[in-house]
Ligand binder design. Sequence first.
Ligand code: ZN
Length: 409
Amino acid sequence: MPDDFERMWDDLAPVGRSATSGGYFRQPWLSAERELAGWFEEQARARGLVVETDAMGNVVAWWGVSTSSTGDGGAVVTGSHLDSVLDGGAYDGPLGVVSALAAVDELRSRGFEPSRPIGVSVFVEEEGSRFGLACLGSRLATGAVSWERARELRDRDGVFLADGLEAAGLGGSPGTSLLHGVGTFVELHVEQGRDLVDRSAAVGVASGIWPHGRYRYEFRGAADHAGTTRMEDRADPMLTYAMTALAANKQARLAGERATFGRIDVTPNSTNSVPSAVTAWLDARASTASSLEELVGAVERQASERASRDGTSLVVKAESVSGEVTFSPALAARLAGPRGWPVIPTAAGHDAGILSAAGVPTAMLFVRNPTGVSHSPLETAAMDDCLAGVSALADVLAELSGDPVGELG
Ligand SMILES: [Zn+2]
């Protein structure tokens, strides 16, 4: 008898949790995340699912069919990710994976027999917390990023992705995508905002994802003594960075958009030295591609002007940019309409966005998050809402996989 939702949730709770903050450190291809990957395979096999893994560690566990029979394009896949941001919450990712397994159980207990294959998926490095490129696993699986480009990515310790994979017992040639034959993708996710709280709804459907990107700002100046160097003689990249962070915040607030500098590296990072370099990462999001371009352009312009006044230099590089995602409106209406679920947009990126951009009809379900906080140990969801999410997902899977192939609208 496979574990139920609450048992599975308890299994995951201690893995990768910080004793001091209560947050999670589940970076891809490292011990805590690998432990979860092993746990997932065990749970899938306990349910008799057929587990398929690719060279990156993406997994799809199939219900009741051999994987070769999914080649007709009719399979319905649901799942999420098991990695976390640094000091992240418990729900972002794992809620969708555990709910997917529990939804399979619920469908079986209802006596449901799918007409189309159902797969439960886990995509690796969704957060980009280690190699800097969000949704790396799904981007590789859909071909949005090539293996040649990805293998050159390096983590903070300078480890190449190819070596990180090898250390985790993975890697090699990417081979055929796991997503060959997938006709519909559904991701259930904790809401990363308070729309559902405001609407008093436990479950909602996503309309789309805002365009967003990550940009690396390299500010360079001249290292010098913090005591003996006169203020007017300095070329201090920290000042240029600080003004840039303020400008980004102001630009985003004025436009009703989002701009965040959440990570910086300082060289030499010494208390009594003027720094020689500051590298900072801008995360920017806006409701349309053109407004994102405007926002990012305005921040870069102000940063460059400031650099010329500070005697510093600036190079900006876009590390990843994701266009606007509109999930299939017909699918969203079909799922949400009869059930009275609200349809809401999000400014958070997801693997579902990558699959949608790759042409797979995609839907997302959100589960209410009472704090609205995410990417933090404060992220939460009530058990009743989680269970409502499982039932909602089971209903959606029943509807999508009960249709004969070719009839999805
Ligand atoms: Zn997530």
